[in-house]
Write a new protein. Sequence first.
Length: 202
Amino acid sequence: MSKIGVYGGTFNPIHLGHIRLGKAVLDELKLDKILYIPDNTPPHKVSNDLASGKDRLNMLDISLKDYPQMESCDIELKRQGKSYTYQTLLELKELYKNDELFLITGADMFLTLDKWKKPEIIFDTASIIGVPRVEQDFEKMKAYADEVLKPMNAKTVILSHTVFDTASSTFVRENISDFQKIKEMITPEVFRYITDNKLYRK
């Protein structure tokens, strides 16, 4: 039985903070691999500068090529309409019948899990990994896990250390014309892909 992390996001574009978070989870929780899953139509986001699914998937592949335990997954891009986590987890469970799924969430998303679409299916299908960004997150996340998620039969793990990162997809998009401003946030290969394909140009 393998332990498989499920890390969803817009990844518009993927930045090095996404990779650092994945490495932190792999190192501490000894997962076998993490699937990076770009959203098709995120229910909670409306973006006027969302790159195509194909481009975001390509940038994921470029960024993850040196990390054998991290890989992209296009399961949501193949789905028409809005993407909900419970649907993705059910599909993944069909693909990985004998494996254990772990949904990776940052602190902000972790603290809203009871409001997600069909949370009971999410909790029945995967364990939840919460990743604190700052020290103050620990107490809030633990209380929320004990008081809200546990009564809903959720299995939760909160990372023992914070993973705070200043990298931001929004900052990358807004400063794409100046590589010096974003060179610590994305790989040169992703920057080249963005430039060659004229992404995020106003």
